[in-house]
Design a protein around this ligand. Structure first.
Ligand code: ADP
Ligand code: ZN
Length: 432
């Protein structure tokens, strides 16, 4: 059973034919906006000159800075009157960008989210607790309307208030949750403190994990603790929000919905396409959006494309877990490190708890990396030697992967600052 088998299992030739039609229309539509009108004029580009999908190369990339520069209305391709909703990014890396939607845009977005959820097995009979911030952030309303389309019973819980979240799950027999992965780990400690075992005391069966990079190890931790299947959900507000790419039951990469997005992967330095199977920056073009089409948007997210048809039969290509954003990368003593590398290592070491924090300091010309790691309670009540052994083990394991020796400090469970939104993994005190 599929939400829309004709679309999800579409023959790739047919898909590309449709993509070309939609690309032509999207470029024309975009040319009505102040931003693209100016840009096309500058490069002497005629929207009618798109004759193949490769012709997209004639158009320069669009960046977050462009969106900021033409903020708030410079990307609109319709009258303001035709808009029905505004959303914005979380502003993780500066001024939040805003995106406007027409009624049709919202319907298309809702369909993609519904399709994604349905793909994992969520149905009308499910009780869906949406633990994401509602409001400007896209994770709340994006999933809300998708779940409503499926016909599930929605608990619009929003983020935070862990005890109430657990109560809601128990009282209303929640079966599906949408949750930020770092918060799912934190919540597991609240469950433990309250003596509630989600496997025994709840009906949870599916979790959607999204909004921030996380490793396979974290997925497994969440699946084992809660007794459910956890699916990776990727999206960004510039491309609507959630529902851009999503895992199917085979959990081998996320299907990226190519009927709505044209996908490119480029080397972030040269901006040339990467070779097949190589990692690159994801670049996306909206194919259907009316209010605010965006062409060749540099997401800054690094991933690989998995070619070939998935075992589930869907023909939309898959992307690997996101390694991080190009601007997340830490350069320490000349070595490039992504926070998720540290997460991946830590979550695989027995005894490590649910949270960690990287602190970067500069002394003269020397950079230091301090990694604070929450470890299980037992380590603080018992033999200090055991604690020291764990500290050494963590230091060694990290060093083997990131190649520099961090200063590891072990701290008690729940002692590091936590956020209701995306986890803050790094504090960089090196900036002058
Ligand atoms: P901001 O760019 O301000 O954080 P958004 O709320 O639009 O605003 O967040 C989108 C970004 O969140 C993506 O570009 C990506 O970096 C990250 N993200 C979202 N989902 C995932 C996921 N499943 N895995 C890794 N990163 C994700
Ligand atoms: Zn699949």
């Amino acid at each position: 059973m599929y939400w829309d088998e004709d679309v999800e299992k579409i023959d790739r030739n047919e898909l590309e034919k449709r993509q070309l039609q939609d690309l032509k229309a999207s470029v024309k539509k975009a040319s009505l906006s102040v931003f693209y009108k100016e840009r096309f004029r500058k490069i002497d580009f005629d929207p009618d000159s798109i004759r193949s999908l490769e012709d997209i190369n004639k158009i320069p990339f669009t960046t977050k800075d462009d969106l900021r520069e033409y903020w708030p209305y410079g990307f609109l391709s319709v009258q303001k009157d035709d808009l029905v909703r505004m959303h914005s990014s979380s502003g993780t890396t500066g001024r939040a960008t805003v995106i406007f939607h027409t009624r049709g845009d919202l319907e298309a977005w809702t369909d993609m989210v519904a399709r994604s959820m349905y793909m994992t097995g969520m149905r009308k009979s499910d009780v869906f607790q949406n633990m994401m911030t509602y409001g400007l952030f896209t994770g709340g309303l994006g999933f809300h309307y998708g779940a409503e389309k499926i016909g599930a019973l929605i608990i619009p819980a929003g983020a935070g208030n862990s005890k109430r979240q657990i109560q809601l799950m128990r009282d209303f027999e929640t079966t599906v949750i949408h949750i930020i992965p770092s918060y799912a780990l934190h919540l597991s400690e609240v469950f433990e403190e309250a003596g509630v075992d989600p496997r025994r005391d709840t009906k949870l069966s599916i979790a959607f994990l999204g909004a921030e990079p996380h490793s396979e190890k974290t997925r497994i931790k969440v699946e084992e603790f809660y007794g459910l299947k956890a699916y990776n959900s990727y999206g960004l507000s510039e491309m609507n929000g959630p529902g851009v790419a999503f895992e199917c039951p085979f959990q081998q990469g996320m299907h990226i919905w190519e009927d709505n997005f044209l996908v490119e992967l480029v080397d972030p330095r040269t901006l040339e396409p990467v070779a097949e199977g190589e990692e690159g920056e994801l670049v996306l073009t909206t194919l259907r959006r009316q209010g605010m089409p965006i062409l060749r948007y540099r997401t800054k997210d690094l991933t690989c494309i998995i070619n070939g048809t998935c075992e589930c039969g869907r023909t939309h290509r898959r992307i690997e877990r996101i390694t991080g954003r190009t601007d997340d990368m830490l350069i320490i003593k000349g070595v490039n490190i992504f926070p998720v590398q540290v997460e991946k290592k830590l979550m695989g070491i027995p005894g490590v708890g649910m949270n960690f924090l990287i602190i970067l300091e500069r002394e003269g010309y020397n950079d230091h990396m301090i990694v604070k790691v929450e470890v299980q309670k037992e380590f603080f009540s018992g033999d200090l030697k055991q604690l020291e052994n764990l500290r050494r083990k963590i230091t060694e394991e990290l060093k083997s992967d990131i190649l520099i020796t961090p200063k590891v400090e072990l701290v008690e469970p729940s002692s590091l600052p936590k956020s209701e939104g995306k986890a803050v993994r790094v504090i960089d005190n090196r900036k002058d």
